[in-house]
Every structure is written in structure tokens, then in C-alpha cells.
Design a protein around this ligand. Structure first.
Ligand SMILES: [Zn+2]
Length: 471
């Protein structure tokens, strides 16, 4: 099927920069972008009836599908939970584990479907999901998340997560929330054999993802490294998120969190790390030199008062960085455009000349009146995320790219005015609008601002029922 988004405004990446192209048309052939060119060039083919579908793009803005690099889709079942609303990470986790250990397959699927729907309705087309909660005696399997992804139509990196260090072994989670190393390894093998597609344009990939240094046995990191190499899979984990994690690693391993990974060979182009809030300058250089990527989660880091990751320093050093909303219990809003806005605002806060903590940084670009650019925020939310997941076909809209894109209406009140001056800035600086249409691999998963596969109200009702059962 050939589809033409005709005579529209397209925001895309080209030559490392973000471009806004007015009066252009985007041609889709099956699952890929066939061409992007000035609208006039398509007129003869439009008149000849060459396209099976034409969308009038004159009052629309088209962007590459947003790429979310870290999530815990199941956590929408415990959004806004009162007893952990005002806790930092370790207290927050300790309060949530007793709820999460009662999860079953159905509840996880219901929560994942809602989280995916929320992402899709706001223009996200690819997400990584870090699922690590396999309570003893539960029927939960990775298929719960996969079934939800297939329902919504999202492209996914499903991270087979794991926790193996329970309280009795010095870890943070209760013993009945953790698995044995051998069980984790065999299920990772099963998921890779059954679901992992290493080919370009894959709809489903399996990444291997021990949860964090404070709830996984050190040996499992090494086991995951070998398995990932064998299958051409990515490695993922949380790292350097809080002061408490620093203290845990110092006490248990006698070193910094990044050293725990480095000693186990966990640095390189096949590794991406969530958070990296508490990196020192030499550690940023280590990430850059090794090609290790970072999933930046500014809202979650503020919600839990973990801190602000050194985004500008990481970018300046050449670290690959993408954006992430993180789990729905530490960022109760799964909207990646909102995250782009948040990333920009936090980066600019760090450039405040009056901020003593950042006076060193403030001497450079901010002192010259140059603030963290809007284009950079959009890059991080699209091609930046694609780069973190080693997916060059994502986050751009030129020939050969995946046909993953979001379409916004210019008559949305959130965009009105700004969209005339600068459509890209209107999307990043304004209130994030709901997408009018979203396509993944050429398939329309959102139309007229609604999911095409299922009624979102029924998803919400199912999750509300499952959440009520956990109270
Ligand atoms: Zn996380």
C-alpha cells in the first residue's frame, strides 16, 4: 500500500540537525518511508491516482515517531499510591514491593495496555519496557507485556528484567519478589529464542536487563553479558540513580555503581543505562569512550528527588542519550513530548547563572545567552532514542526509515499561534497535544486522536478494576 501525507509540515532529522520542512509530502510504501520531498513534486502522481490513500496534510504537522528508552509499563497499576507519594527511591520501592508481589498476568497486561495507549496517543511509536517483577507463585510472564504491545500496535524493546538479591541476601526487595539466577537465565533464553528479532525494522526485540546493582546478584550481570553476545541483544539496567545506591555499592562492593558494571564487562555500544544522575566527570568520559548509552528520565528523577542528570555534560562528551518517561509509578504521566519539555527546562535550570551548584557550567554557553535548544530536545525524543536502542531506522523520516510517525493538528488550541512561528517549538515548549494520527510500520494505530484497535475507556476500566484489587 502506498500512502501520501500530502502538502504538510514535516519535522525531521537530516545531517545531524533538526529541520522543519513546510509544504512537503511524505510517501510511505508498506512499512517504510519511500520519499520526502516538496509537495509540488508529487502533483503529477497524485493526478495519476498512484496512491492508495492520500491524507491532506495542510493543517497538520508530522514528526518522526517518538522513541521512549525506559519504562515500567506495569507500574500504572500503582500510580499516585498515597503511601509512597512523598518518598525517595528506596522508601518508595520498599512501599511498593508488597503491592507488586500480588501482581498476576492479567493485571500486568491491563496496566501495560494503558501505559502503551497513553504513550501512543501522544505520538510515541517505540518503547523500551523494563519488566522485572516475577513474584514467587505468580503466573506473570513476559507475554503479559507482549500481548499488550500487540494489542496497541507499538514497536517494543522488551527488557527481560530480573531481581535475585532478596532481603535475606542483603538486597532491597523481599525474598518472595526475587527469582533464582538459574530461573532468570533459562527464561531469558526462552524469550530470546521465541521473541527476539535482531533484524533491522524489527517489531519486537528482547533486551536483557538485571534491575539494578542493589537487587541483583553480581554473577547474574556476567551471565547476561554472555547471553546478550550470543543473541545480538542489548543490555540494560538502572544505574547511578541515588545517593542511597552509591552508599549500597560502597558498602557491599567497595566501589562506585559504575565500577560494579565495568568490572563485569557491562560497558559498550550494546549497553544502555537508565538515569545516570550521579555521574562524576571521569565516569561521563568512561561512558563516552566505551559507547555506552543513557536513558535520561528527568521527571522521574525530580518526582523521587533523585537529582538532575548531567545532560549537557553527557552530550558535550559525546554520550548517546535518549529520553524516557520511566515507570508510571515514579512519573505518573507517560507522555514523551512532556518529557522533552521537562528535559529542556531542567537543562536550562542548570544554566542559571544564579545557581551556585552549576556556576561552573554557567560560565560557558549560558553566559553567552545561549540556552539548551528546542531542537536538541526534539532530537533526544526521536533520533536520540533511536540511537540509544541501536535503531538507525527510527526517529527520522527520510527514504528507508521506518514508517513510524505522528501527525498533530495545527488547529489544536495548545499549538495555535506558536505553530505559525515555529511548529517544532510549539510541540516542545507548549502543552503537549494529543496526536491526531499515529503510524507504526505503516499501520495506523491512532486515528482522530483515538486508538484504532480498542476503546481506551475499556482499557482504563480494566486497569481501574485491577488496581482496586490491589488495595
Ligand atoms: Zn526505571
Amino acid at each position: 500500500m502506498t500512502l501520501l501525507i500530502h502538502d504538510t509540515t514535516v519535522i525531521t532529522l537530516r545531517g545531524g540537525g533538526v529541520l522543519t520542512l513546510r509544504r512537503h509530502s511524505l510517501e510511505i510504501d508498506g512499512t517504510r518511508v519511500a520519499s520526502l520531498a516538496p509537495a509540488g513534486a508529487f502533483e503529477p502522481r497524485v493526478r495519476a491516482g498512484e496512491f492508495s490513500r492520500i491524507i491532506d496534510g495542510r493543517r497538520r504537522v508530522v514528526i518522526p515517531g517518538l522513541v521512549n528508552t525506559h519504562h515500567h509499563l506495569y507500574q500504572s497499576i500503582t500510580r499516585c499510591l498515597p503511601e509512597v507519594q512523598n518518598r525517595t527511591l528506596f522508601g518508595w520501592l520498599s512501599g511498593l514491593y508488597p503491592r507488586w508481589r500480588r501482581l498476576d498476568h492479567r493485571a500486568v497486561r491491563a496496566a501495560a495496555a494503558v501505559s502503551l495507549a497513553e504513550l501512543a496517543l501522544n505520538g510515541c511509536t517505540t518503547t523500551s519496557d523494563h519488566f522485572y517483577m516475577f513474584p514467587a507463585g505468580s503466573d506473570v510472564r513476559m507475554e503479559a507485556v507482549l500481548e499488550a504491545a500487540e494489542l496497541i500496535g507499538m514497536r517494543v524493546h522488551l527488557c527481560r528484567g530480573s531481581m535475585t538479591l532478596g532481603t535475606s541476601a542483603g538486597g532491597l526487595p523481599p525474598d518472595d519478589c526475587v527469582e533464582r539466577d538459574a530461573d532468570v537465565i533459562s527464561d531469558c533464553q526462552r524469550c530470546l529464542d521465541r521473541f527476539h528479532d535482531p533484524r533491522p525494522h524489527a517489531r519486537v526485540r528482547i533486551d536483557l536487563a538485571p534491575c539494578s546493582p542493589f537487587n541483583v546478584s553480581a554473577g547474574l550481570f556476567a551471565e547476561m553479558l554472555q547471553l546478550a553476545r550470543t543473541h545480538g541483544a542489548l543490555l540494560h539496567t538502572h544505574l547511578a540513580e541515588t545517593v542511597d545506591e552509591d552508599a549500597f555499592c560502597a558498602q557491599r562492593y567497595g566501589c562506585r555503581p559504575l565500577e560494579v558494571l565495568a568490572e563485569r564487562g557491562w560497558l559498550g555500544p550494546n549497553v544502555y543505562l537508565a538515569h545516570c544522575v550521579r555521574l562524576r566527570g571521569d565516569e561521563i568520559a568512561t561512558l563516552a569512550a566505551s559507547g555506552t548509552a543513557v536513558a535520561h528520565c528527568p521527571t522521574s528523577n525530580m518526582r523521587l528527588a533523585s537529582g538532575a542528570a548531567p545532560l549537557r555534560d553527557m552530550l558535550r562528551a559525546g554520550v548517546r542519550v535518549g529520553l524516557a518517561v520511566d515507570g508510571s509509578s515514579s512519573n505518573d504521566c507517560g507522555n514523551l513530548l512532556a518529557e522533552a519539555r521537562q528535559a529542556l527546562l531542567v537543562a536550562r535550570l542548570g544554566q542559571s547563572p544564579g545557581n551556585a551548584a552549576t556556576r561552573e557550567n554557567a560560565r560557558d554557553d549560558a553566559s553567552r545567552g545561549v540556552l539548551f535548544p528546542v531542537e536538541r530536545a526534539m532530537f533526544l525524543a526521536t533520533a536520540g532514542g533511536g540511537a540509544v536502542l541501536n535503531r538507525p531506522e527510527l526517529g527520522r523520516l527520510d527514504a528507508g526509515a521506518a514508517a513510524d510517525f505522528a501527525v498533530y493538528r495545527t488547529d489544536d488550541v495548545a499549538l495555535a499561534g506558536g505553530v505559525v512561528h515555529d511548529p517544532l517549538a510549539a510541540l516542545v515548549l507548549g502543552a503537549p497535544p494529543r496526536a491526531d494520527q499515529v503510524f507504526v510500520a505503516g499501520r495506523e494505530i491512532v486515528r482522530n486522536g483515538r486508538l484504532t484497535s480498542v476503546e481506551e475507556e475499556s482499557l482504563a476500566e480494566q486497569l481501574n478494576a485491577a488496581a482496586a484489587a490491589l488495595t
